[in-house]
Design a protein around this ligand. Structure first.
Ligand SMILES: C[S@@+](CC[C@H](N)C(=O)[O-])C[C@H]1O[C@@H](n2cnc3c(N)ncnc32)[C@H](O)[C@@H]1O
Length: 206
């Protein structure tokens, strides 16, 4: 039977916490597989905000979402943005900040495209921090890391260093990894905790 794939685990973390009508973010649209998964979870009453820096990724995502749109099942608020995820907090409408149920990152490059255009720690880390700020308490940040391509291991190390330093009272972080192949992708899940002092917990993630 085999263990769950890394993407399957990341999706599973998200599925457990997202309800129809929720608002979610896809921080790296790429081919649109994750966006479609998120769109189906939140349904027509939900909100989906997606980011990518390549027009090709937005085109592929629109194509992938087309059957949902045609069936009237696309989230009513769907925004596919040609913007870096480092602008995530500013791009999320003010009324949804602190109310996002899940943010999904799938790092690396767009398969079948320019493989030198990769996610970079200088933008990935601010984006991850912003993602935790916009999540609601109990919301989930799921991130798939790719240490196997040039630059990927350095990015994964920086992300893991940041995640390891998160205050335990503000967030709980876990990793799902196939241990026999160190260069294989792995999943990092971070659940935002409720803070008695500030339920939106917006000040804890820098
Ligand atoms: C592995 S792909 C994402 C896969 C995608 N989620 C899917 O379901 O097919 C990584 C994507 O991150 C995008 N990317 C790179 N830097 C980015 C940035 N600063 N902000 C947003 N997206 C970025 C790339 O253009 C690429 O499309």
């Amino acid at each position: 039977m085999g263990l769950l794939s890394v993407i399957g685990m990341a999706h599973g973390w998200v599925r457990q916490r997202v309800q129809p009508g929720d608002a979610v973010v896809d921080a790296t649209l790429g081919g649109g597989v994750d966006a479609r998964f998120l769109a189906e979870l939140v349904g027509p009453r939900g909100a989906l905000i997606g980011f990518d820096v390549q027009e090709e990724a937005l085109r592929r995502t629109r194509d992938r979402l087309e059957p949902l749109r045609a069936a009237g099942r696309l989230p009513a608020r769907t925004s596919l943005l040609l913007r870096s995820h480092s602008e995530l907090e500013a791009a999320v409408p003010a009324e949804l900040r602190g109310r996002i149920a899940a943010v999904l990152f799938n790092l690396g490059y767009l398969p079948g495209s320019d493989t030198s255009l990769i996610t970079m720690p200088q933008t990935t880390l601010p984006a991850l921090q912003a993602a935790l700020r916009v999540l609601r308490p109990g919301g989930i940040l799921a991130c798939v890391l790719y240490p196997g391509h040039p630059g990927g291991a350095e990015e994964a190390d920086e992300v893991m260093g940041w995640a390891s330093g998160l205050p335990a009272e503000a967030a709980q972080a876990a990793v799902y990894r196939m241990v026999q192949k160190p260069s294989a992708p792995y999943a990092l899940g971070i659940e935002k905790k409720a803070s008695p002092a500030d339920p939106a917990d917006s000040g804890s993630f820098h």
